[in-house]
Design a protein around this ligand. Sequence first.
Ligand code: PEP
Ligand code: MN
Length: 333
Amino acid sequence: MLIILKKEAGLQELASITKYLDSLDIDFSVWHDKNCFFLGLRKIPEPTIKENLRSLPYVADIIEEYPSESKTETSSPIKIKNFTVNSDTFLVIAGPCTIDDKEELRQTARLLKQIGINFLRGGAFKLRSSPYSYQGLGKDALTAMKEVCDELNMISVSELTSTEDLALMEEYIDIIIIGTRNMQNFRLLSALGKTSKPVILKRGMASSIKEWILAAEYIKKEGNGNIMLCERGIRTFENYTRNTLDISAVPAAKSLAGYPVLVDPSHSSGKKEFIKPLSWAAAASGADGLIIECHAEPHKAKCDARQTIDIHQLEEILKNLPQITGIWNKSII
Ligand code: PEP
Ligand code: MN
């Protein structure tokens, strides 16, 4: 965070503010140009302190930079069972939008495993725009997921929608997704921060990159640094696609914070025929992985069938993916 003092503020004011920061044990550095003094703080202070600083009569402006410690602290590898996510890896997560039936999930998972997929996605608790839409099978879906993943030695990935289900998810699921609708559910994020579960934080459909990274801070602040971000498309004036894939968010988020950044081409476009080019574009942009909706028989999917690809289509994507991830020296896991 940057504090800019007013032009007229002199050494006396500087001494006063540095004394205040020292009394709070806040690290800072001071410099000046020919106009004024600047104070750079490594961490953003508590809101009340920030407000106190803002109200000082000789403070001209406070620029709340992105938390500067994110980049260094969170670039440490994320361990998920026998896998490690780091800057050399490209994660491919695939599976149905929702788990509708155990045997159907097993069939899809087996085919995915055969083409080299190790991370299986599937929703149990769905947040649908309409309360009358199918809401997922809840706990039954989680038990199905665990059984299938144990059997096939796969990593399970599913969305948490409420703190009520956190214990259940911790027991059954290896990687927890926070979906777009909950990106700013700060109490949910803080609760996840108290666990050590790897988390995929999807970008809010109307959230800025800064808000997204600050939301991740809610998880990290409580002690859980096992965070991956996921760009899943944002709302724009364009309605030919379901959302607009903000591809520049990938390098932007990666440069502002140290978290791996995944891309979900399925919810970004809403159309199965766009999944291949968007997946390749994501890999070319330097993303650290993909989350793709895929089903053995997409027409049977109870949710998001229009954007769900089949195994053959996923295989087509995977065939050329190493060429693209190779540009970034990344290997697919
Ligand atoms: C999903 O993954 O099925 C989903 C609902 O994603 P999002 O939260 O990005 O809409
Ligand atoms: Mn979906």
